[in-house]
Design a protein around this ligand. Structure first.
Ligand SMILES: *Cc1c(COP(=O)(O)O)cnc(C)c1O
Length: 399
């Protein structure tokens, strides 16, 4: 068997160098905990970017996966399967959506929504062919495909990857006036994250999304919310839009839709937008497969039945309060909603990687984003005692 050292060497020698992981080689996970190959235990404060909201290796999702894998895994959409209809019903019941498109990765859900809303613009709004525009926000993160990075404002995500897909216009996040001003006769949609995750857990000003909703309705454009990270309980509600008292026309979910077992994403839509897709116009070999659908059904079920969403609300506030109590001249701000939290350090506090490594040495795995911010997003099954312990580690590292 290869040692941790050898495994890292193999990754460096043979793997594409598109990630710079922490120096830890994990081999097992359970609930909020993960273990490395040397037997050290860590509290996971990243949750695979919120894909394991239900906790690592949730036993009920695991059981569903094993049972379904023994029965039927993939049929393609050339045939029907006995899981997808159930997933549709359960998702529609939970979210109130009228049409659903199953895909695999988050980026695919974003791409699919863009395709559908463009066609909707041509058919329902009379936008001239090939002129549809989608308005997006600066510092967005919606994935890594060519069209999606075409409207990124992060040079690292974009540089060297052109030519880019046209048809996007970028405005500031949190500025409803800018949205109003950017809408043209060819605008078909506004696409945004309810809370910008990769940008460092950026929460928009109070009332922003209520105004956005009003503008989109009045100007006849589709509001698409990317809830791939904020959705499925992370912020203490099933969808983060609930905090804003609004409903998007199209909602994108992924990540925790499978509890981390399998890539499953979905476009949740009103009747009109996904209603434009006809046979042959869009698809995915694995999208809507019975294994993914069965896993997603149980992932949603445990999220609701085991009280994880309420736990995220209550313990998220508790975690935020406890982090705010840490006495440190390095911390500039602690912010968050539910269990989507971030600690931002003052610019002069030294390399962020040093803090992340110090946390790792104390048994807490967290990841920095954008030089001064550490994101804290544990599985939603975390307990008060575990938070108390985590806060001790944060306090020791930041004080
Ligand atoms: C992770 C993420 C995506 C992309 O999902 P992938 O499964 O990595 O393609 C898109 N939008 C948001 C907000 C995300 O956090």
């Amino acid at each position: 068997m290869l040692s941790a050292f050898d495994l890292k060497a193999s990754e460096l020698r043979l793997g594409a160098n598109n990630y710079k992981p922490l120096d830890v080689v994990l081999t097992r996970g359970e609930g909020v905990w993960v273990w490395d190959v040397d037997g050290n235990r860590y509290l996971d404060c990243l949750s695979a970017y919120s894909a394991v909201n239900q906790g690592h290796c949730h036993p009920k999702i695991l059981e569903t996966m094993i049972e379904q894998a023994k029965r039927l895994t993939l049929t393609s959409r050339a045939f029907r399967n006995d899981q997808l209809g159930h997933l549709y019903e359960e998702l529609a019941e939970l979210t109130g959506s009228h049409k659903i498109l199953p895909m695999n990765s988050g980026a695919e859900a974003v791409e699919s929504a863009i395709k559908a809303v463009r066609k909707w613009g041509y058919e329902h709004k009379g936008v001239p062919e090939d002129r549809a525009e989608v308005i997006v926000c600066a510092n967005n993160f919606h994935g890594r495909t060519v069209s999606v990075v075409s409207f990124s404002t992060d040079p690292t995500a974009r540089n060297g990857f052109g030519p880019f897909t046209p048809g996007f216009r970028v405005i500031d996040f949190g500025d409803a006036e800018a949205l109003e001003a950017a809408i043209s006769p060819n605008t078909v949609a506004f696409l945004a994250e309810p809370i910008q995750g990769e940008a460092g857990v950026i929460i928009p000003p109070e009332g922003y999304f209520a105004r956005v909703r009003e503008i989109c309705t009045r100007r006849g454009i589709t509001l698409i919310l990317d809830e791939i990270q904020t959705g499925l309980g992370r912020t203490g509600r099933l969808l983060a839009e609930e905090h804003e008292g609004i409903e998007a026309d199209v909602t994108l979910i992924g990540k925790a839709l499978s509890g981390g077992f399998y890539p499953v994403s979905a476009v949740l839509s009103n009747d009109d937008v996904l209603g434009v897709l006809q046979p042959g116009e869009h698809g995915s070999t694995f999208g809507g497969n019975p294994l993914g659908a069965a896993i997603a059904r149980t992932a949603l079920k445990v999220l609701v039945e085991e009280g994880m969403i309420a736990n995220a609300a209550t313990l998220g506030q508790y975690f935020l309060d406890r982090l705010n109590e840490i006495d440190s001249d390095k911390i500039r701000e602690v912010r968050g909603r539910g269990l989507m939290l971030a600690v931002e350090l003052h610019p002069g506090s030294g390399p962020i990687g040093d803090y992340v490594n110090a946390l790792k040495d104390r048994g807490v795995l967290a990841k920095d984003t954008h030089d001064t911010t550490i994101r804290i997003a544990p599985p939603l099954v975390i307990t008060r005692d575990q938070i108390d312990w985590a806060v001790e580690q944060f306090a020791a590292v930041f004080s």
